[in-house]
Every structure is written in C-alpha cells, then in structure tokens.
Design a protein around this ligand. Sequence first.
Ligand code: PEP
Length: 251
Amino acid sequence: MRKPVIAGNWKMYKLLSEAVNTAVGLKPLVANANDCEIVIAPVFTALKTVADRLEGSNIRVSAQDCATQNEFGAHTGEIAPVMLKDAGCSHVIIGHSERRQFYGETDESVNKKTHATIAAGLVAIVCVGEHLSERESGNANSVVAEQLNTGLAGLTVADMERIIIAYEPVWAIGTGKTATPEQAQEMHAHIRQTVAASHGNDVANAVRILYGGSVKPDNIATLMSQTDVDGALVGGASLEVESFASIVNFK
Ligand code: PEP
C-alpha cells in the first residue's frame, strides 16, 4: 500500500509571520489525518521558523528548490540540501515547472539536485509535466518519460525510496484547468511503467506519484479515486488553511 502524500507548494507567497500563522493554524485541522503524509513548502526565509513551530506535529516541511551539491563553496545565492536539513526540512521540491520555465532548470540540473537531496537524507519531490502544445501534438508521454529518465538517472533502488514524483501538466498549474481524472490516471500509469523500465517493478509499485494542477477541495476525491494517483501537489489552494485542510481530509 502506498501512503498518500498531500503537499502544499506556497510558491513566493507569505511573509514570515503569515507563513507561521498558516502553519500553526493548519496543525489542529489536520491532526487526525493519520493515513496521509502532509508536507508544506514555504519560502526559504520561513523554513526554519515554520519547522520549529511544527515540531512534534504530523506536518513535514519542504523547500521549493535547492543547490546541485552539498559541498560548501563559492556559490552565491545557492542553498545546499544539507543546509535545508539543518533548517528542519525533510523534503525538497525539485524541477517545478516554474523553475524549468523561468529559471533555466533542466533535466540534468534536476538530476544533480535530486542526487544531492538524497545524499543529504531528504526526500525529493521530483516534478514532471508537459506543456499544452506537447499534449496537443501527442508528445506528452515521451516528454514526461524523458524528464523521468534523465531526472532519475543513476539513482539506486534504495535512493528511489526517497523519491516522490509529482505529475503536473503545465497547462493545469494555476489556470483553474484540471486534468480529468482519466487524463491523470493515464499519465500516472505511464509514469509507473517508465519507472518500471528504468528501476524495476518493485520500485515502480512503491513510488508515490502525486497529481498537481488546480487541485481544490471539490476535485481531490475524484482524482484520488484513480488507481495510480497517490496524492497531490497543491499550489493556490494550499495557501489558505481551510482549503488545504479540506484537501488533506478529503473523503
Ligand atoms: C503547483 O504550484 O505546483 C500547482 C499545482 O499550483 P496550482 O495548484 O495553483 O495549480
């Protein structure tokens, strides 16, 4: 059985006090969600304080990006995964489409960041997903397979225990357009097959695959009813305590 994961990506929202208030407000509302892992991803400057305030709770803290290496050095502006661990993080989101689209993230840098994240003892939430034009031209499966094959290259079976995959069709992120449950299921099954081909059936059956793209309280249940959907990466609807809590507590 794959334990569901509901992760909230707060993107570049919330000052420190707002991040703390949201995290603290969330705690009692999700305290009984024992059958699912809950992760929130505030901005870098809020990670340590939020992690401290969530200590002892069932909510884990994720960064939204990291450096490609753990060795300290002259890399102005970068933050190593070991530093994120030191700040109280357990997860790192890697290769989000906004990083790929606007900040030059490539499948190769995703691969380096994923290796560095695992070496630091953290869990990598590796994001993949096609653009609308790629879907319309019938290339969605090959685009996603390439992102996975390069992004996860060189990871051992043990490393793969620390991988969560997030399928986020770019055309569904922040647009209000959700993939239909059938579209999500079809791609999740394809992702699992791709992982089976690269890392074997046991790894493919165990890896959690989250859907992301305009997940809301009113569509989470149908998405989660799909066989290969193991959770959600939630952007906009994770910013408000009530909406994120009702996604976590979906029935
Ligand atoms: C995201 O940021 O990963 C995301 C899926 O955003 P939204 O839920 O707002 O579409």
